[in-house]
Structures are given as structure tokens and as C-alpha cells.
Write a protein that binds this ligand. Structure first.
Ligand code: SF4
Length: 319
């Protein structure tokens, strides 16, 4: 099981002019073996930062990322390689995430060699198996990334992530650089690999149709904080946070039923000027005076698996 927890002062970024942005704060979630947790929200909400911290690419100064009970940033030397190997990442853009000077064989065999996963012959066989599993042509091994389409390149990136036999894959917007016509193929591939291998995913996306297709649970982020987390069906059928309601209203076919559609007004504020109290209050149609003063805690109401950070979540539930 993986747990990520960034208390106040969590993951910070130093932008130009060296002002500190708290990109992710008070974000805490766990992912069970075989589970897909989707992390959703507008660009700039901190979901990519949270995902990269989960994969060990950013160190959270005050937070922790625990994998099987071990903090991945404070591992004893002997555990570093196995834990790093168990968490892999698939990036958004397969055009820049693959080294153009390496053949597919070199790209896929590199993690196997680094992790000493077999003899030269066994590595060749494993690489050949991998390209079959991700649906690449059998003659792909001696070709270079530029010889493939965007969808095929993302399949190469997925095969590279699978090579060291991970338990968790952090997939950061893995569909958004692809043509719409191949997005569903890559999504189906991720779903099939999860079922066959019992993989867990942290699936970072702003595409709620894809999230509805693949996620078991969904966590919604706004300006660096989680505002709602629930099982997929509960969240799509009964979103409690006005921000989640607004996001879902933009995709009317999913879980909208006959509910009134309310779109989100205004733009996402700068992370350098996060509004007081509930950070969503300038855009929230239900905001009251308390919302400007007090930040609502992320907490459960009647359903223990459904957490919402809104002063009026209970009232909306009763309505
Ligand atoms: Fe809207 Fe207030 Fe709830 Fe924030 S706490 S989402 S401003 S009603």
C-alpha cells in the first residue's frame, strides 16, 4: 500500500524570482494494491507535483511518501532499488520522454539491466514479450522512437514503465498528447495491464470521461489541496463539493442525470495569491461569509469513504 501525506508546508516549488509557491499542501491519500486512484483538477492545481512526489521525483520537505510502510525518501540503502523499481512513471508527452538516440530495444532493456533482471538472452526475451503485451509490432526492437506514431510511442513508454515489474504506475496525463482516435486504445491498454498484472495506478488527468472509465476512486484537487475524495461511482453520481459539481457539469454525459448543471465561473487564481478561507470561495455559487474566513477541513460525513472540504457539504447532502 502507498500513502502520500504532505502536511502544511508540503511540496514547494521555486518559480522565477524565487518566490515560494506551496504547490501541494495538506494532501494525503493512499492507494491499495490493484487500485486506481485518479487525481483530477484544472491545470495548475498541483496534481502533477503530487504525482511526481509520489514517484519520488520531488522530495516533500515536510511530507512523506510511504510505500509498504517505508518512507521512500528515507530508505535504508538495501531497500532503495527495490522500492524505486516498484514505482514507475508514464509521462504526458511520449515525444519528449523517450531518448531519440536509443532504439526500442535499448529503451526497454535499460531498466532491466539496471535492475539486473536476467542474462542478456533473458532480457532480450523479456523485451520481446513486453512489446507484444503493449501491442507494438514484432519488428519494433531495432527502430527509433521517431519511426512510431504518438500512440505507439506512448505504448513504448508504457512498456518501459512495465519492464522492471512495478507495483504502482504514476501516469501523468498519459492521454492528453495523443490524438483522440488513439486515446481510448491506450486507455484500454492501461486497463488490461492493470487487470492482468494487479497493478495500481495513480492516474493524473483532467479528462473526466477517461477517469470514469479507469478509476476505482477519485481525488479532486483545487489550488494545491484535496477538496473531495470518494469512490468513483459515489463521486460521479453524488459530487458534494461545488468545485467537483462544476467540473462534472462540463461533461454532461457522465453521472449528470437530471441534476442542475452549474459551470465554474472565473479563472483559477494564481498559486501566489491563494484566496483566504476556502480557496474556492471567489468562484463558488454557494459561498457565505464563513467561507472567506475559515478553511474547511477535508472530512467524512454520512459515508465514511466520501470526504469533502466544504462548510456546507452536510447541508447539500440533506437537501
Ligand atoms: Fe463553496 Fe463555501 Fe463550500 Fe468553499 S466552503 S466550496 S466557498 S460553500
Amino acid at each position: 500500500e502507498l500513502t502520500i501525506s504532505f502536511p502544511v508546508g508540503g511540496v514547494s516549488l521555486l518559480p522565477r524570482r524565487r518566490r515560494v509557491i506551496q504547490a501541494v499542501q495538506d494532501v494525503s491519500f493512499d492507494i491499495a494494491p490493484g487500485e486506481t486512484l485518479a487525481l483530477v483538477g484544472e491545470s495548475g492545481c498541483g496534481k502533477t507535483t503530487a504525482g511526481r512526489a509520489t514517484a519520488g521525483l520531488y522530495k516533500a520537505p515536510k511530507g512523506t511518501v510511504s510505500f509498504r510502510g517505508q518512507d521512500i525518501f528515507n530508505l535504508p540503502r538495501a531497500s532503495r532499488k527495490p522500492v524505486r523499481r516498484a514505482i514507475q512513471m508514464v509521462f504526458q508527452d511520449p515525444f519528449s520522454s523517450l531518448d531519440p538516440r536509443m532504439t526500442v530495444f535499448e529503451i526497454l532493456s535499460e531498466p532491466l539491466k539496471i535492475n539486473r533482471m536476467g542474462s542478456a538472452r533473458e532480457i532480450r526475451e523479456r523485451v520481446q514479450d513486453l512489446i507484444g503485451q503493449v501491442g507494438l509490432p514484432a519488428d519494433s526492437l531495432n527502430r527509433y522512437p521517431h519511426e512510431f506514431s504518438g500512440g505507439q510511442r506512448q505504448r513504448i513508454a508504457i512498456a518501459r514503465a512495465l519492464a522492471p515489474e512495478p507495483e504502482l504506475i504514476v501516469a501523468d496525463e498519459p492521454l492528453s498528447a495523443l490524438d483522440v482516435s488513439v486515446q481510448s486504445q491506450v486507455l484500454n491498454l492501461l486497463g488490461a495491464l492493470k487487470r492482468e498484472r494487479g497493478l495500481s495506478y495513480l492516474f493524473i488527468s483532467h479528462d473526466l470521461a477517461a477517469v470514469h472509465h479507469i478509476a476505482d476512486r477519485v481525488a479532486v484537487m483545487y489550488l494545491g489541496r484535496l477538496v473531495e475524495i470518494a469512490g468513483r461511482d459515489a463521486l460521479f453520481a453524488n459530487p458534494r463539493h461545488p468545485y467537483t459539481q462544476g467540473l462534472l457539469a462540463a461533461v454532461p454525459r457522465i453521472g449528470q442525470g437530471r441534476r442542475k448543471r452549474t459551470l465554474i465561473a472565473g479563472d483559477l487564481p494564481s498559486p501566489l495569491a491563494v484566496p483566504s478561507g476556502c480557496a474556492f470561495h471567489p468562484r463558488c455559487p454557494l459561498a457565505q461569509e464563513i467561507c472567506r474566513r475559515e478553511r474547511p477541513e477535508l472530512k467524512t460525513h454520512s459515508d465514511v469513504a466520501h470526504l469533502t472540504a466544504c462548510h456546507f457539504a452536510e447541508r447539500k447532502e440533506a437537501a
